[in-house]
Design a protein around this ligand. Structure first.
Ligand SMILES: Nc1ncnc2c1ncn2[C@@H]1O[C@H](COP(=O)(O)OP(=O)(O)OP(=O)(O)O)[C@@H](O)[C@H]1O
Ligand SMILES: [Mg+2]
Length: 247
């Protein structure tokens, strides 16, 4: 086990309207680990993601990144180290052009113009969106916006990449190509998905979240082979998909 880069200790969180979303989550992710976060709608997965770079803060419990607790004084450094691609790309894209959106984060890191441009070019190329760089994000399709949102986070070159349903709305080729990109990245990867074959392909560990709690955690081969566990948490492998016996 590599040293933990992300540690949650007994994290509780309720939204301002009183809706409980996390109910005592304790988890740790090692540097370089690739972890799938699985669970039914409303389980608390997106809420968990938003705790990993301090967008949401626990009501009680702690979140640590590289051993440092997330608080006001560590927030800038945490945002540099942990990149979260939101479930809804429209929560991330707000600049007049795609290139400006992808440049926003790197420019805020204080990189010079050329370095920012290199980051933008490379991130857009990674997600296959170079051809839309001068278009307004809100004129793109949902799948294209998802890819641009991913580019905006990749351009930050974070140590930890958190992706909330990266494959939803991607066409089959983009889905496969994006998996190849993720597979080649050395970073710690935390990926929320309902796409179990995608999770299996990219991650060696799976965490099941249900009703704001960790309901399962282990090697993904074991988790996905446990029919009773999957059934208890509304998880289903696609019709006709059987777990390959080797990778
Ligand atoms: N902004 C919000 N205000 C109030 N309640 C919220 C808000 N966002 C989420 N919730 C509630 O918090 C709980 C956890 O929601 P969350 O979005 O984390 O689930 P999820 O596991 O990501 O679900 P999905 O698979 O549908 O994306 C749910 O009961 C949800 O209704
Ligand atoms: Mg969600």
């Amino acid at each position: 086990m590599t040293p933990p880069i992300v540690e949650l200790d007994d994290v509780h969180f309720a939204y301002p309207d009183g809706q409980h979303a996390l109910d005592g989550v304790t988890l740790s992710f090692g540097a370089g680990e690739r972890v799938a976060v699985l669970g039914p709608n409303g389980a608390g997965k997106s809420t968990l993601c938003l705790h990993l770079n301090g967008i949401l803060r626990p009501q009680s419990g702690t979140v640590r990144i590289g051993g440092t607790e997330i608080d006001d004084s560590s927030l800038t450094e945490v945002r540099r180290r942990v990149g979260v691609v939101f479930q809804d790309p429209d929560d991330m894209l707000f600049m007049p052009t795609v290139a400006q959106d992808v440049a926003f984060g790197p420019a805020n890191l204080g990189l010079d113009r050329d370095a920012v441009q290199r980051r933008v070019d490379s991130a857009l190329q990674m997600v296959g969106m170079t051809h839309v760089r001068d278009r307004p994000p809100h004129h793109l399709s949902f799948g294209q916006r998802k890819r641009v949102a991913a580019a905006a986070v990749l351009a930050m070159e974070p140590d930890v990449l958190v992706l909330d349903e990266p494959s939803s709305n991607l066409d089959p080729r983009s889905r496969r190509e994006f998996a190849e990109i993720l597979d080649a990245l050395p970073q710690t990867l935390v990926m929320v998905t309902h796409d179990l074959p995608y999770a299996w392909q990219l991650c060696h560990r799976a965490v099941i979240v249900d009703e704001g709690r960790v309901a399962g955690d282990g090697p993904i081969d074991h988790i996905l082979a446990d029919d009773a566990l999957l059934d208890a948490h509304a998880l289903e492998l696609p019709e006709g998909f059987s777990l390959p016996t080797q990778r």
